[in-house]
Design a protein around this ligand. Structure first.
Ligand code: GLN
Length: 417
């Protein structure tokens, strides 16, 4: 069977292909030679299933889409407090290539504009690392995110090196503020190599899915970065990923994203999807016009806006039944803060004076740390009131590290019901 998802993406290619406005990035001569008609879309789920349509094998340089990935690596290499002390997380409200820093702190506003990304690149590995060491380290990291060996597009690299005066000016400014020890031109060359790393849309969607999946590469299963790092990166993508168009983008599309001047746009929907779109014509802010249209339609038609709030209709407590002297409470879904809160509220209002309580977690698919702790605290409080609490938990969603037995909560086997 051909997946309806592929059909849907093909329809999306057709419905947005007529959007031909915008211009190729001319300030990097090699990018001005791109075929403006190339067009591709890919989605990868956090389970590692990919769907790709259009010019799926066409490779393009990451350009600014490399920035969130380099930021993640700097956070992993140097730690959040070090990185934050050098580069802020506020939207700049200015163009991506503005020579600006925060007043007072002299930090670049954020890692998604060039001046911030150059600072981030200088932090990779260590203060004393050489240019090649930083590039190799980043290329290795990006290849692990994509799940295949990526390469640098040498002609794009050489081409941008010829026209890098503005980026050099930024690097000299940062060096004059003492932000790094290395030579300004070496840092800029490293940053340009970073921007020249080639991917196709599917790579991009897989790299995005890794961040959607809390840093775990969905196909190789590798924890590439800590989930806190992934969260930090996505947060900054929300406020600054589309430069001074970020506010409008998030209101309309509602997907953390990052664009690059080669025409790619990366989207990451936490816990759901990585999205890669490519089409080279850009608007005046340097964002791909057609890719933006694809994201707008995708978000609206598939209900992907992160701020979509649906009327709450999901019950954490499936049913409560009386079996002899036992009250059985059957839970369902994911046990996290809101579901745990609902369960505790129901338990509080139940008359359990003489009945034993059985908590049936058979239909609970997963529990996070907070959901587990809240439910266990509630069950302990009930147990302290003299009520025998038992768990039916065949998948061990709650019974982590033997906590329940230690608390005196009885764990029933599935057959003992
Ligand atoms: N917005 C972008 O994609 C800019 C990246 C480009 N390499 C530059 O530094 O100008």
């Amino acid at each position: 069977m051909k997946s309806p998802v592929t059909d849907y993406l093909e329809d999306l290619l057709t419905s947005t292909r007529d959007e031909n406005s915008g211009e190729l990035a001319a300030y990097i001569p090699e990018l001005a030679k791109a075929d403006p008609n190339k067009f591709a879309i890919a989605l990868t789920t956090v389970d590692g299933r990919s769907y790709a349509v259009g010019d799926v094998d066409h490779e393009f340089s990451l350009q600014s889409i490399s920035k969130p990935f380099a930021y993640a690596l700097a956070l992993a290499d140097r730690g959040l407090s070090h990185v934050i002390s050098k580069v802020g997380v506020e939207p700049s409200g200015e163009a991506f290539n503005e020579l600006s820093v925060e007043e007072g702190t002299q930090r670049p506003d954020n890692p998604m504009i060039n001046v911030g990304a150059i600072a981030i690149h200088s932090m990779l590995v260590s203060d004393s690392a050489g240019q090649q060491e930083r590039i190799d380290h980043l290329l290795d990291f990006l290849s692990r995110l994509a799940g295949r060996q990526l390469h640098i597009d040498q002609s794009v690299f050489e081409s941008e090196k010829e026209t890098a005066q503005r980026n050099l000016a930024m690097a000299h400014m940062l060096k004059s503020f003492g932000l790094f020890e290395a030579e300004a031109h070496e840092v800029v060359e490293g940053y340009i190599a970073q921007c020249a790393i080639k991917v196709n849309v599917q790579d991009l969607s897989i790299m995005g899915a890794t961040f959607a999946n809390g840093g775990v590469q969905p196909i190789t299963g590798e924890q590439t970065v800590d989930s806190i790092v992934a969260r930090q990166v996505l947060s900054v993508m929300v406020s600054a990923g589309m430069y001074d168009g970020s506010g409008t983008w998030f209101a309309q599309v509602g997907i953390p994203a990052k664009s690059g001047v080669s025409g790619g746009v990366l989207g990451v929907l936490p816990s759901q999807l990585g999205i890669g779109v490519f089409s080279p014509r850009l608007d005046e802010k340097g964002n791909s016009v057609r890719s933006i249209e694809v994201f707008k339609q995708l978000s609206a038609q598939m209900g992907l806006h992160m701020m979509n709030a649906e009327a709450y209709s999901y019950e954490a407590v499936r049913l409560v039944r009386q079996v002899g002297s036992e009250t059985v409470i059957e839970l369902q879904g994911r046990l996290e803060f809101t579901n745990a809160e609902e369960t505790l509220h129901r338990l509080e209002n139940m008359k359990l004076e003489c009945a034993d309580l059985v908590v049936d977690l058979t239909r609970v698919s997963e529990a996070n740390r907070v959901g587990r702790a809240m439910l266990l605290d509630g069950l302990n409080a009930i147990q302290d009131e003299g009520i025998q609490v038992s768990l039916l938990d065949p998948d061990n969603v709650l019974k982590m590290r033997g906590e329940c037995e230690d608390d005196g909560i009885q764990v029933l086997s599935a057959s003992s019901e």
